[in-house]
Design a protein around this ligand. Sequence first.
Ligand code: ATP
Ligand code: ATP
Ligand code: MG
Ligand code: MG
Ligand code: MG
Ligand code: MG
Length: 257
Amino acid sequence: ATDVDKINPDYVRSFQVEKTLMPCTWVVIRIDGCHFHRFSEVHAFEKPNDEHALNLMNSCAVAVMEKLPDLVFSYGVSDEYSFVLKRYSQIYGRTASGMVSAIVSLFSSLYVMKWREFFPHKELKYPPSFDGRAVCYPSDEVLRDYLAWRQVDCHINNQYNTCFWELVKSGKSKSEAQACLKGTQTQEKELLLHSRFNISYNELPLMFRQGSSAFWDKKDATTGDKNPDACCERKIVVVHSNIIERSFWEDHPWILD
Ligand code: ATP
Ligand code: ATP
Ligand code: MG
Ligand code: MG
Ligand code: MG
Ligand code: MG
C-alpha cells in the first residue's frame, strides 16, 4: 500500500500538462448554448428573435466583463457570445482550460440567476448549459475578420429565420417553409419579405440584424459638471452597430488599444 505521506505533490502535478495559448495574441473565448433549439422551444421564446432572451444574454456578458477586466470586447448573437481578452492577458496562466471553464461557468450561473429579471412570468424548466472554446488571433486585422464573420453569420441567419417564421406564421408547415427558401439568395429573401409580408428587412430592430457588442466606454470621457469622481468610473456599454465596417474600430480606437 502507498504511504500517503510519501506522495510528492510536484510529481503528481507534473502529469497536468497543458500548453499555454500563444503569447501576445488576441484570445477569443466563444461560448454557445447547448441545445438551445430545444431550450428556446421549451421556454416558448418568441420566434425568430426573443428580445428578452437576447437582453438576458447581453446582461450576462456585461456581468462577465465586469468580473474579468481583461475582457475588452464581446459580441453576441442568438445563444452565443464571443469574449475578447486583451493581448497580454495572463489570467489563468493563459491556459485555454482555465479561461474557458471560468467564463463558461460564470456565464451559465449568471444566466440562471438573472432569468427572473428578464422572464418574470416564466419558470426556468431545466438548467441551461453552454460550451466554450478558445482561439488565438495574431493580429488586429484577423480579430476584426473573426468578429465580422460572426456578424455576417448573424445577418444570414436572421434573414433566413425571419422569412422562415413569417412563412410558418402565414400557415405553411415547417418543411414547406424550408422548401420555399431552399437556394434563395439574399435579394430574393428581401423581396419575399417585402412583397408577401410587407416587411422591410432594414426596418427590423437593430439588435436582431446586427447582434450586440459590449465594451468599456471611453476612458477619459468628458464628464462636464457632473461629480468629479464619476470620471474614474468606467462603464460597459452595449451597442448594436455594424462592426464589419472599419469605421466602427476607428471611432472606438481604445477598444483594441
Ligand atoms: P448546439 O448545442 O450544437 O449549439 P443549438 O440547438 O444550441 O445546438 P445553435 O446553432 O446554437 O443550435 O442555434 C441556437 C438556436 O437557439 C437557434 O437556432 C434558435 O432556434 C434558438 N435561439 C437562441 N436564441 C434565441 C432567441 N433569442 N430567440 C429565439 N430563438 C433563439
Ligand atoms: P482555483 O480558483 O485556482 O481553483 P481554489 O481556491 O479553488 O483556486 P483549489 O486548489 O481548487 O483552490 O482548492 C480548493 C480549496 O477549496 C481547498 O483547498 C479547500 O480549502 C476548499 N474546499 C474545496 N472543497 C471543499 C469542501 N468540500 N469542504 C471544505 N473546503 C473545500
Ligand atoms: Mg455548440
Ligand atoms: Mg451549434
Ligand atoms: Mg447552441
Ligand atoms: Mg448558437
